[in-house]
Design a protein around this ligand. Structure first.
Ligand code: DAT
Ligand code: MG
Length: 141
């Protein structure tokens, strides 16, 4: 077991539906401690840079439209094996394939509007955390 940090985004549909508290309760109960958090409305450029690996894919334009459709909450979560464990707590990208009890099973509206983002590897976690936070905005436990 290794203590890790991962980047979480509560996406615009989760914020619109007032699910910030509900999702954060699940995170804290899973010992994914919130060690940084802010609310912001992504610009198209910010969203495109964040999702650069998906540029050119058929869903890219819709993804940008959705991610800029309203404010999001960006967070750094910290805990043992936080990167993999948050992916488990979130559930599969496609909510119809997500396990019952996961965030995406319970709160996603579609594959694109799937409520939450979590980094998928230590490399992407490092890049994504630095994309939104400076070190002095993060408060490790
Ligand atoms: P994840 O968010 O689980 O890491 P991903 O990195 O493959 O998934 O894709 C990023 C986001 O893009 C995903 O959360 C929702 C959207 N997306 C991915 N595949 C899609 C598809 N086939 N159709 C529509 N949207 C998709
Ligand atoms: Mg991904």
């Amino acid at each position: 077991m290794t203590k890790q940090q991962t980047l979480s985004i509560l996406k615009p549909n989760a914020v619109r539906k007032s699910l910030i508290g509900m999702i954060n309760l699940r995170l804290e109960q899973a010992r994914l401690n919130i060690v940084a958090m802010k609310m912001l409305h992504l610009t198209r450029e910010q969203a495109a840079g964040f999702y650069a690996e998906h540029e050119g894919k058929p869903f890219f334009e819709n993804l940008l439209k959705f991610m800029t459709s309203g404010p999001v909450v960006v967070q750094v979560l910290e805990g043992e094996d936080a990167i993999t464990r948050y992916r488990e707590v979130m559930g599969a990208t496609d909510p119809s394939k997500a396990l019952a009890g996961t965030i995406r099973y319970d709160f996603a509206d579609s594959v694109t509007e799937n409520a939450a983002h979590g980094s998928d590897s230590p490399e992407s976690a490092a890049r994504e955390i630095a994309y939104f936070f400076t070190p002095n905005e993060i408060f490790p436990k």
